[in-house]
Structures are given as C-alpha cells and as structure tokens.
Ligand binder design. Sequence first.
Ligand code: MV4
Length: 469
Amino acid sequence: MVVNSFQNTVIQKVLIANRGEIALRIVRACRELGIKTLAVYSEADAQSLHVQLADEAICIGGPKGADSYLRADRIIAAAEIGNVDAIHPGYGFLSENAKFAAQCEACNIKFIGPKSKSIEMMGDKSVAKDTVRKAKVITVPGSDGPLSNENEAIKIARRIGYPVIIKAVAGGGGRGMRIAHNDVSLAKEFNVAKNEAEKAFGNGSVYLEKYIEKPRHIEFQILADSHGKTIHLGERDCSVQRRHQKLIEESPSPFLTPALRKEMGKAAIRAAEAAQYQNAGTIEFLVDAKGNYYFIEMNTRIQVEHPVTEECTGIDLIKQQILIANGEKLPFDQSDITFTKHAIECRINAEDPAKNFAPSPGTIGLYYAPGGHGVRVDSHAYSGYTIPPYYDSMIGKLICFGSTRKIALERSYRALSEYLIRGIKTTIPLHKAIMSDPTFMEGKATTAYMEDFFARTPSELFTQENTRL
Ligand code: MV4
C-alpha cells in the first residue's frame, strides 16, 4: 500500500543522481510522497544502501566520479531508459552544473533545483555579487567585477585598505582564495591566484574583496516556488570549519539577535529574487564581531547541513524541493515559519584526527548509531559496509535537537558517546571534545575557532575512541 498525500502529480518517478547519505535521504522523501525511485551507482557502490532501498537501480560506470556520478550523458541515458519524470542531483557532483540542468530541461526531465539560468548567474561569484547589490543587499567592499591586472588590484586595495582577499569568479567554497597585506604581496598573489584559478576551473578571472578578519559564516535557507513566492527558513551558523570543510552547523546561530535575523532574512530573500530563484537555495553571509553582515555567495543546491533547518523549523526541505519542481505553491507564508527548536549537526567523516585528518576508508566492523529523544542520524553506513576511497569522506551526520541550545549540546555529547563505528577512524572523538569545549559551549566560535582549538588542545583529547560496549 502506498500512503501519501501527493495525488495530482506530474512527478511519479525520480532518478537520484548521487550516492551516500544524500541519495538515501532522497529515497526516503520520495517513498513518503509515493514517488518511485531510480538509483544510479558506480561499480564501487553496488553494495550501497541507496541502491538497495531504491525501487530500481542502474550501474552507470566505474568507481571514479568522473566515470559515473559526473557523467551527464550516462545519467540522462539512464533517465530515458528508466522513464523518469525528474532528476534530483543532491549536492556536489552535477548539482550546480548549469549545462546539466539545461540538458534535463531540454529532454523534458524536471531538474529538481533552480533553472539553469539561475545556476549560471550565481556560479559566477562576481556576477552574483553585482546581481544582489542591485537588489540593495550589502556585499563586501571590493572590485566591481573581475580585475584586469595587478595595478588595478593595488589601486582598489589602497582605497578600501588592507588586508584584502583575491577570489576566483568560478570558485566558491573557499577554493583558490589568496590573502594580501600590502602592495608587494598583492602583486604576487594576484598572479598566483590567476594561475591557480585557470588550472582549477579553466577560468582565470579573479576579483578582490576587503578581508574580513575572524568572521562568522552564517547562511540563510531559502525556498522559492514557481509562482513567485520566496521565503526564508532562518539561518545556519557554519563557523566551525577546518580547511574550508564544515565540521559543525547549527540553527539558530547563537550570535544573531532577532532583529539582525529579520534584517538578514529580508536581504536573503531579495538576493534570491534578484536571481529569479526557484527551489531550495542558500545565501551565504560573513558576519563580523560588530554584527555587520555581507553577502558573499549563493549556493544553488540543497546543502549537506539542511537537516538542522528541518529540525529547527519542522519543514522537510527535500519534499518541498520535489513539490516545487512539481509546480506546486509553497503551502506556507513567511509568517507561518517559526524556529521552535535548536539543532546541531556533527559531520561524521572517515578520517583520522591523529594523522592530520587523512582519509580512513575501509570496512566498518561494528556499526551502532545512537537514537532516543531529539536524535537524528542521516547515514548510509551499516555493519560490514566498506567505505570506498574514491569519494569524500563524510559517512554520516548526527543531528541533535531540543528546545534550547544547552539541551542540543548535552544531547549531542550523549549521542556521540553512544556512537560506535569500529574498523575505521572517524571524527566522533573530535566532536565530543568540541561539544565539551567552553568556547564552543558559550557560542563564541568564529571561523578562526578550529585553528585555535588545535593549537591549545592535546591530541589525546580528540582521538580517544568510545570504549563502552
Ligand atoms: C572571506 C573571508 C574573509 N573576507 N571573504 C571561505 C569560504 C568561502 N565561501 C568564503 N570564505 C571566506 N571568505 C572575505 N572578504 C573569510 C572566508 C573564510 C575563511 C577564510 C580563510 C580561512 C578560513 C575561512 C573559513 C571560513 C570563511
């Protein structure tokens, strides 16, 4: 029997163009909506849970992403063979590939995400800034568009003041950024950044911004339907990162006041509207110690950390993505959105904290996930599962929530203490150390937090595995 409230559907079958926990998350949302699922998988993922739990599965190629999950041609072929109505791209892989979204549109397959035009616009980080600035959203002072040469960079840097940061227009997520403190280093870093950007993205265009020191990274979740309604679902504080990889995300941010949340939420909606945005998206801001906030970029996909917003607001974001792609109106207004819970997510990576977070793939012996009141685990791991070495090292997310931040923190520590993953190294002991660290507990973490944490914390304190059971 199919139990669902999704009757008048255009979308009856979805291809999931991803792997791991997000593929499983999408299978689960589809099942509750009464939608059939088609998994695609690489040769390394035949034993993966998303393959086993989907209604159908097609192998699309070799283990490497470039031979499977990044092969738009094979995924569209699988979609045709499987006769699906829509493709959910998840995050990473093809999720922010404007060409792939356009190909889906051209093949009459709904891309569960924004229009290709919006992806393209926001994919150029300099165009993105210009676009939102026209909608009166505050951006970081810097160059108007890409830099022509180092002399132009120096002229702008002298005007706005050092330090400055050079970013690739095709970058994002922290890749290819260079910081300069004076004219001499800026001239050098300008050329280094250009070369790096050319190599990494095939696009050497770079732009310049004032460097904001020790900011908080705070992002707003947006939902926009195809009938012109755009709302926000509050923010996620993602300040706890290591080498541009987020480790912990929470909502609400312990730093924002209700007034600042309201103002930034309105700015986030203006930014999304300026991109004619549809579906789920994220507006990223940097916030300095004084509470000045600046738009930096937009992510045109569902994000890893979406569950903290789901647990804080009670709204299923993956279902809303599918309903929006199906042409439906958002079933709520901004005034219906309330933030009744505090939620904290810890990313569980197969990495060895004692070896500078080197990947730790291999076979999981015993796997026991925590549960109980206010605990959610999004993971594709199980006892006997082998983590392949070809993909990113995230094997799960622990999301703990409750009526206050203090409860969410205590619950996170409790759940981490129960979590058993034998046979590989994980970030669980690191998360236990952070959940009991006074600076984090007081809500004072900025993007400088992790570096400071490692400088003052003996490694025994974040490498000790759970020994109970
Ligand atoms: C910045 C910044 C300071 N000033 N931009 C990193 C992720 C990407 N989305 C944007 N990022 C940053 N952009 C300006 N104008 C600081 C970061 C940043 C960061 C920079 C260096 C080392 C660690 C960092 C962690 C989070 C954010």
